[in-house]
Structures are given as structure tokens and as C-alpha cells.
Design a protein around this ligand. Structure first.
Ligand SMILES: Cc1cc2nc3c(=O)[nH]c(=O)nc-3n(C[C@H](O)[C@H](O)[C@H](O)COP(=O)(O)O)c2cc1C
Ligand code: SF4
Length: 504
């Protein structure tokens, strides 16, 4: 049984300090925290960065890295006798192929990714100098919490983490809760394949995030902000830590704490993330209740994505209407992550709702003859290039059976076998499913095996149940991972049937 006053939230930190789950570590942590040893062991085995200490080079097996020749790099390492293992997308698709050394530092194989040019008119302006004046926070205090929320409403700011929920509604909900203890949590877990925009904010404009988070805390009445940052983002974490030091004089009683992730994509899902901070296996909770009512340690919690919060300072300084007018059919500017077969992969801030052609033009043009694209991370599936004029926004992509999601846009040219592309995405979902719902756990494995067998044998019978399995997963999964995990396969079969015929 857990000891009274047990310090469960220390488990993951201590595992890191001990260098991972080595012999005797679970018992030592149990003694120190008061959490049963079996439970400590259960938590540790959930997270790849602490469960497998001593791993050598980590090579990304994400779609973009596979397209960019990760297999050849792995073979080279093998040839030199270097220990290595394949890992899920490392969030640096603009530099593909990507690998991390054992200290989780980037091995500089690829050129640095591009960003949109410095333009002070842009709300985020990744290319500009970071501004640590905290004028927007002062303005928020000047106009009052209700007016801040009103500006967010006028801006039409929708969450940038994937679901697109209106920010002002969440902020009002937490502010309106009766419980006086509330938290703000920043979701900086960014692990969706093809996605690396939050990383650029953390690296280049960390003060935008800190200021946005401080404004959020002030508005909802929270005194502590947790920033849950992806464990593999060592460089981004350093940048955030340095910025936090510089920000301290402006924060006036608001404490911002960094919590590093430990290698589990599912912890980007908001309730799994809360479980991780609390020191548990990162398994999504059943909703409702939503975090706005019962979040971190059961308290009302506002969780927002890094980009969502980084939009807030410019909204307050220039007005909600100004931000709104940036978009086409939907409000605001948007950070698009562009990778795959394009000349200059990178993060581009453009009006929300540009087309693929416009985005790729910003990224220097297509490489080869484009055939397909994935518009919003692995969970958005694939679209044929004939959809290149569709607005890359929530409504536009939903109408095509896809989604903007994390805006991780990957372009594939006509050299790519779409069955293979779907297989790379299926491997990701199988590896990252937390396993608590049977439809997701079993479905991810079945879909991946169907693809393996199709690629090996070209026997159409191996794919005959794909749609039914997809339906079961969509209907029977607790969270978005299981609901969308089959979409790469289903949409590849739907839009590229020629790649699923025995004779191509
Ligand atoms: C499987 C899964 C992974 C997710 N990963 C992230 C993530 O890495 N970052 C993020 O901000 N949101 C992620 N989300 C969405 C969050 O659950 C949540 O909607 C978001 O953090 C809310 O912030 P927003 O309203 O500012 O978008 C994920 C959702 C699911 C289902
Ligand atoms: S759908 Fe998958 S990832 Fe989500 S809770 Fe269920 S098993 Fe876990």
C-alpha cells in the first residue's frame, strides 16, 4: 500500500537521477517515496527514457526520417559497430534523418531547418528578437481578467495542440471554478510525427511562451504553472531555463516549474500528461470530468499548447481583431511544420488556411513530383496531391476526412510506396499505444501486421478487414490515439488503391 504522504510525483525524477531502472533502483525509490516497489517498477517500465538505460544512439524511425534515408545511416552505424536503436519520431523532421547521442544531444547529420523570415508584423515572428519586456503581462493586469478573456474571444484563438478548442472558453471555465487552488499546465510534449513548431518557440521565442503562461495563470487565479516538456528536447529545455531566469523579476508571485517527459508520445494527451506529472503511468483518463474541473491532483487545471499561449502576448498588445484578421476562413496566423520532399523543410508562420502550394512555396518548392501529403501529423492520414488547393485549416481538412491536428505537414513524392508510408506510421502507433483499451492495443497491432504481410507477400487477403478494425478502434478507444491510429492505412488505401493491388 502507498504510505501516507507518499511522494509519488518524485518517482520519475528519481529514476532519472539513478540513471534509469537498474537493479535495486525500484526498491531504493520505493523506500524514499513511500510508493510500493511494484508500483515504482510499473511506472518506470512505461517510459522509454528511464526503462532502458544504456541505450546508444537513438535513430528516428519517423516517416520523414525514413524518407530521408535513416536506414542507410543506421547501416553505417552498424558497420562501425556503434550501438543504436530505432525510436519514435524525435521532433526534428526539418533536419532529417535525425539521431540523438546517448546524452540526448542531436547528432548533426542534416542541415538546420528553415523558419519564416523576420517580420515584426507576424504575431509569433520566429525570426525576430525575443522580447523580454513583459509589456503584455502588464497590460493584462491593467485591463483586468475579463477583458483579457474578451480579447481572446475576439481573436478567435483556437487551441494549437490539435483539437482546436476555443481558448477563451477554457480560460473562463477554470476562472469560474469554485476551488481556489488551480493550476496552469503548458503542453510542450510535442511528439506527433512531422511536428516541431513548439520546439522552435522554445528555442527562439521562449519569452512569448512564458509571458502567455503567466498571463493565463494570472487570469485563472493559479500561482503555479507546470511546463511539461518533451524529454528529448534537451536544447529547448536549456533555452527555456535560461529565459525563466531572465523572466523572474516580471512574474510577481507566479512560479513556473519545468517537468521533463521521459519518452512516451501518449503523454501529449492532456490527461495522460497529468498522470505523468503525478508520477503515474501515462494512461489517459476517462472524460468527463475534464481537466478544467478536475485536472492536476483533482484541481481545476488550464492546459494549453505552447503555440496557443505564445499567441497571447501579441493578441493583448495589438488586439483580438488584429490577430483574427491574419487568418483566411479561420482566425489567426499559424505555425506550419513542413518536411518531406520539399526544398527547405522548416517552420513557417503563415495565415491560417493557406494551401499546400502556398506553404511549399514558402519552403522553396517541391522536390520531385508530389503525389501525397500528410497535413497534420500521423493522425491526419494521407491526402492525394489533387487536394493541394484545399485550405490547411480545421474546417477545410475536416471536409476532406482529415485534420489540421498539429500542423505537421509532410510531402511525399511519386517515389514513395504508400503502403510503406502507412507502415511507418502504423509502427509508430503500435509502439506508442498505452495499451489500456483493447480496440487500440489489438487494432494497432493487427493493422501493422496486415501491412507487414502485404508488403512481404502482396496477398490482398491480408488487408480485407482493415476498415472494420478501423471502425472498432474509432468507436471503442478512450483517446484520440486509438481513434485515429488506422487513418494512415485507411486513407492510403482509399486514395492510392494502385499501391494496394497485387500488380502495380
Ligand atoms: C495522442 C494525443 C497526443 C497529443 N499530443 C499533444 C502534444 O504533444 N502537444 C499538445 O499541445 N497537445 C497534444 N494533444 C492534445 C491535448 O490533449 C490537448 O488537447 C491540448 O494540449 C490542449 O491545448 P490547446 O487547447 O492549447 O490545443 C494530444 C492529443 C492526443 C489524443
Ligand atoms: S486509445 Fe490507445 S492510447 Fe488511448 S487510452 Fe486507449 S489504449 Fe491508450
Amino acid at each position: 500500500m502507498e504510505r501516507k504522504g507518499a511522494r509519488r510525483e518524485r518517482i520519475l525524477e528519481l529514476l532519472e537521477e539513478h540513471g534509469g531502472l537498474r537493479e535495486g533502483v525500484a526498491a531504493a525509490i520505493s523506500a524514499e517515496t513511500g510508493v510500493p516497489e511494484a508500483d515504482v517498477y510499473g511506472v518506470a517500465t512505461f517510459y522509454t527514457l528511464v526503462s532502458r538505460p544504456g541505450v546508444g544512439v537513438r535513430i528516428c524511425q519517423g516517416l520523414t526520417c525514413k524518407l530521408a534515408g535513416a536506414d542507410a545511416r543506421a547501416a553505417e552505424l552498424q558497420g562501425h559497430g556503434v550501438d543504436h536503436e530505432w525510436v519514435s519520431c524525435l521532433g526534428r523532421c526539418d533536419r532529417a534523418p535525425v539521431a540523438l547521442d546517448p546524452e540526448l544531444e542531436l547528432i548533426p547529420w542534416g542541415a538546420r531547418g528553415a523558419i519564416s523570415p523576420d517580420d515584426p508584423e507576424l504575431p509569433m515572428n520566429l525570426g525576430g528578437a525575443d522580447d523580454a519586456s513583459y509589456r503584455a503581462l502588464a497590460r493584462a493586469r491593467g485591463i483586468g481578467a475579463a477583458q483579457v478573456i474578451e480579447q481572446l474571444r475576439a481573436a478567435g484563438l483556437q487551441g494549437r495542440g490539435g483539437a482546436g478548442f476555443p481558448a477563451h472558453i477554457k480560460w473562463s471555465a477554470v476562472r469560474g471554478e469554485a476551488d481556489p487552488v488551480r493550476y496552469v499546465v503548458v503542453n510542450a510534449d510535442e511528439s506527433e510525427p512531422g511536428t516541431f513548431k513548439d520546439r522552435e518557440i522554445l528555442l527562439r521565442r521562449p519569452h512569448l511562451l512564458i509571458e502567455g503562461a503567466a498571463i493565463a495563470a494570472w487570469v485563472v487565479g493559479a500561482s503555479i504553472v507546470y511546463v511539461y516538456i518533451r524529454g528529448e528536447f534537451t536544447d529547448a529545455r536549456r533555452s527555456l531555463e535560461a529565459a525563466l531566469e531572465a523572466a523572474a523579476p516580471h512574474l510577481d508571485g507566479i512560479e513556473i516549474r519545468i517537468v521533463a517527459g521521459h519518452g512516451a508520445y501518449i503523454c501529449g494527451e492532456e490527461t495522460a500528461l497529468l498522470e505523468a506529472i503525478e508520477g503515474r503511468r501515462g494512461m489517459p483518463r476517462l472524460k468527463p470530468p475534464y481537466p478544467t474541473r478536475s485536472g492536476l491532483w483533482g484541481k481545476p487545471t488550464l492546459m494549453n499548447n505552447v503555440e496557443t499561449l505564445a499567441c497571447v502576448p501579441s493578441i493583448l498588445l495589438r488586439g483580438g481583431d488584429w490577430f483574427q484578421s491574419w487568418g483566411r476562413d479561420e482566425p489567426g496566423s499559424k505555425l506550419y511544420c513542413l518536411s518531406g520532399h520539399v526544398a527547405r523543410p522548416g517552420v513557417y508562420e503563415l495565415p491560417l488556411g493557406v494551401t499546400l502550394d502556398e506553404l511549399v512555396e514558402a519552403g522553396g518548392g517541391y522536390v520531385g513530383t508530389p503525389r501525397a501529403f500528410s497535413p497534420g501529423g500521423a493522425a491526419s492520414g494521407f491526402l492525394p496531391i489533387s487536394e493541394r488547393s484545399r485550405p490547411l485549416d480545421m474546417g477545410g481538412l475536416a471536409a476532406a476526412g482529415s485534420m489540421l491536428g498539429s500542423a505537421g505537414v509532410v510531402v511525399l513524392n511519386d517515389t514513395v510506396d504508400m503502403a510503406q508510408a502507412a507502415r511507418w506510421q502504423a509502427i509508430f502507433f503500435q509502439d506508442e499505444s498505452c495499451g489500456q483499451c483493447a480496440p487500440c492495443r489489438i487494432g494497432c497491432s493487427l493493422q501493422r501486421r496486415s501491412l507487414d504481410r502485404w508488403i512481404d507477400d502482396r496477398d490482398p487477403a491480408t488487408l480485407q478487414h482493415v476498415e472494420e478494425i478501423h471502425w472498432e478502434m474509432e468507436e471503442g478507444s478512450i483517446c484520440g490515439l486509438g481513434m485515429t491510429a488506422s487513418l494512415p492505412l485507411v486513407t492510403a488505401m482509399r486514395h492510392f488503391p494502385e499501391d494496394f493491388r497485387s500488380q502495380r
